[in-house]
Design a protein around this ligand. Structure first.
Ligand SMILES: [Zn+2]
Length: 338
């Protein structure tokens, strides 16, 4: 069987005709396999959803009880049979509960890795390399210019700024699922043990991470205008969704230093344009070296490249004797670093 017959792009998402299921569909379908809880991969309204228990919990938190008609838990490493097709979920190292999905049928194995990264991250299970015929890789940062610095060094920048500017507050823009918890976890690993204040939109997911055993230390709500004076926040660290940083909400804090944790902060122009004083280059996606090292390590017969800078990675594969093509899936964000 040609791999394209086992799995191919359709308007709804990546489709497996033999198993009659879609991976991360962008439109409601009967049977969806979901790699992780980010909004561009996990959507409400499917009839049946198969995902890790943590991804299902995250979907419930984000969309409510009725995010799907029925759901089924996929345990990491445990093969399941769907209409004769074997599917197995493996950790992707992207956010809590994130998975790569191996699809196997008549001797052909395709691994759809969803979003993934290879650097250590205490907030989720590490990426597990899975041998395969076809590896489907993201390419969010698929250009050689993207080389993420060490996360600990970026956190040191933040801690130094806190020390140098004790009268000011620091607001770190970070996405609610994964990035916020990773920033907090890295701060704790660096020895920062003061309470960290949270925008209301981050509370539920942070509580969920803590319930799953991720150590985040003492977290306090930063939402009460009545119980806090502005000066109470001097020297404090607040985590907020990026969208909240520019609105009225942020005015309650004393002369805030605006920080933003994102892989896109590598591009100085972007940081400047968004008025970010302290850019923190911190991504939950692979950089160029992680992408090419992973493909080298797995050495698949084919690599299919999706969401992001597809052409450069396809070219790199070709130069390295790996058959490659862009998948041109639609509906996945490459802007948001979510
Ligand atoms: Zn993601």
């Amino acid at each position: 069987m040609r791999p394209e017959e086992l799995l191919h792009p359709a308007p709804e998402g990546l489709y497996c005709p033999a198993g009659d299921f879609y991976i991360d569909p962008v439109r409601p379908v009967d049977r969806a396999l979901v790699t992780h809880g980010h909004a561009d991969h996990a959507r409400a309204g499917n009839n049946h959803v198969l995902a890790t228990s943590q991804t299902l919990d995250i979907m419930r938190i984000r969309f409510g009880e009725h995010y799907a008609r029925t759901s089924q838990i996929a345990d990491y490493g445990k093969p399941l049979n769907i209409n004769g097709v074997t599917v197995t979920f493996y950790p992707a190292g992207h956010v809590l509960g994130s998975a790569q999905i191996a699809v196997e049928y008549q001797g052909t194995r395709i691994v759809a890795s969803g979003d993934y990264k290879r650097v250590a991250d205490k907030t989720c299970a590490p990426f597990e390399p899975v041998a395969c015929d076809v590896f489907i890789t993201e390419a969010t940062f698929g250009l050689p210019v993207f080389r993420h610095p060490r996360p600990a060094d970026e956190i040191t920048k933040l801690l130094q700024s806190l020390q140098l500017l004790p009268e000011r507050s620091h607001i770190v823009g970070a996405y609610a699922l994964g990035k916020a918890q990773r920033v907090i976890s890295l701060l704790r690993q660096a020895g920062y043990d003061a309470p960290i204040y949270l925008h209301g939109a981050l509370e539920k997911l942070c509580q969920y991470y803590q319930s799953q055993g991720v150590a985040l230390g003492e977290l306090r709500p930063a939402t009460s205008e009545t119980t806090h004076q502005k000066a109470d926040f001097a020297g404090s660290l607040i985590i907020a969704p990026p969208a909240a940083m520019a609105d009225r909400w942020s005015r309650r804090f004393p002369d805030p230093v605006s920080c933003y944790a994102s892989g896109w902060m590598r591009i100085r122009q972007r940081a400047k344009q968004s008025g970010i004083e302290l850019p923190l280059i911190l991504s939950d996606h692979c950089d160029w070296d992680e992408l090419t090292d992973t493909i080298t390590e797995l050495s698949p017969s084919q690599a299919w490249v999706t969401h992001g800078r597809e052409e450069a990675l396809v070219r790199w594969c070709t130069l390295n004797s790996i058959t490659a093509k862009p998948l041109h899936l639609v509906g996945y964000e490459d802007e948001a670093d979510i």
